[in-house]
Design a protein around this ligand. Structure first.
Ligand SMILES: C[S@@+](CC[C@H](N)C(=O)[O-])C[C@H]1O[C@@H](n2cnc3c(N)ncnc32)[C@H](O)[C@@H]1O
Length: 301
């Protein structure tokens, strides 16, 4: 298996058992070090941007590491889509973005919903290890964790001789105090409502029985299709009688950008997702094609 996992293409959940996950690995040095020291174990890195992913992949190649895998995805969805329940033995989060502002708290990696999904995927006795220089973040994490009644915890201030990561090095050189919070799974988290996305096996093109198309009705517009499903349409390119429309879909907070093609046939149009767009085939995408078709039909009446 290749180091990079394209979560849209693999069969899910992955078959890994008893493995370690690092969320937000940055330069990837810590994950590389762990994987080199434990070649018979499996490590999985999750990052939300490409720069760290590409750095990690280069290092894996240089070191010939076959026991590291990674994907570019928000941590919540990576856990939700990719891992089996009770399969992860350790989760590492080093110096997560603390999202200082009150209004940004929901973006933290340790909201109750995130901790819930980590908890479901951990084996009994499995641990989440978090290092932070931010005391408010630490307190927030503990408050969220208590709600789930799943973890025991300990807090320590590690005496760091060899910094684990770039950020650790930085905070230590600035004389900051560092906290390490270890959450240990004692029981299943208390049930709570979490965001789930349903994948569909196939997406079918949608037929729109109209003679003429009024593309202005959908370009540069935002639509609420239903609760937690929002579609934003940007520009459209026209070639002959066909269009390619840029679209962004937010499905329960999971974002997908793709191109919608609208092609003229004899007396009707066909709406589809461009074959050049790499997407996760979800119910939300299907609904957004149906929704666009409905608007175009209505505008033609
Ligand atoms: C402050 S940096 C710390 C990097 C590294 N762990 C270190 O200590 O040097 C936080 C990292 O977490 C990643 N990150 C933040 N939110 C994330 C999320 N929701 N899912 C995946 N990665 C995330 C960012 O892209 C960034 O690389």
């Amino acid at each position: 298996m290749k180091n990079y996992i394209n979560y849209r293409k693999v069969s899910k959940p992955l078959k890994f058992e008893n493995f370690t996950v690092e969320i937000g690995f940055g330069s990837g040095d810590y994950l590389i070090q762990l994987a080199k020291e434990n070649r018979d174990e499996t490590f999985f890195g999750i990052e939300k941007s490409w720069i760290p992913i590409n750095k990690l992949l280069k290092k894996c190649e240089r070191e010939n590491l076959k026991n590291i895998f990674c994907t570019k995805l928000d941590a919540y969805w990576a856990f939700q889509f990719l891992f089996r329940d009770k399969s992860v033995k350790r989760i590492i989060i080093n110096y997560p973005d603390p999202w200082f502002k009150e209004s940004h708290k929901e973006k933290r990696l340790t909201t109750r919903e995130n901790l819930y999904i980590y908890g479901k995927k951990l084996i009994h006795g499995g641990a989440i290890k978090i290092r932070t220089d931010d005391y408010l973040f630490l307190n927030f994490t503990l408050e969220e964790c208590r709600i789930l009644e799943s973890f025991s915890w300990k807090i320590q201030t590690p005496q760091v001789e060899r910094p684990l990561t770039k950020y650790e090095k930085k905070w230590i050189s600035m004389g900051k105090t560092i906290w390490e919070l270890i959450l240990i799974k004692e029981r299943e988290p208390k049930p709570m409502d979490t965001r789930k996305i349903r994948e569909v096996t196939a997406l079918f093109p949608v037929k729109v029985d109209i003679e003429n198309l009024c593309i202005e009705e959908i370009c540069h517009r935002e639509f609420k299709i239903e609760e937690s499903l929002y579609l934003k349409c940007f520009s459209a390119w026209k070639r002959d009688n066909d269009y390619a429309l840029e679209a962004l879909l937010s499905e329960k907070g999971y974002l997908q950008a793709f191109l919608v093609t609208i092609k003229k046939k004899d007396g009707y149009f066909i709406i589809d997702v461009s074959k050049f767009s790499e997407i996760l085939k979800t119910e939300g995408i299907k609904k957004s094609l149906d929704f666009l078709a409905k608007i175009l039909r209505k505008e033609n009446q």
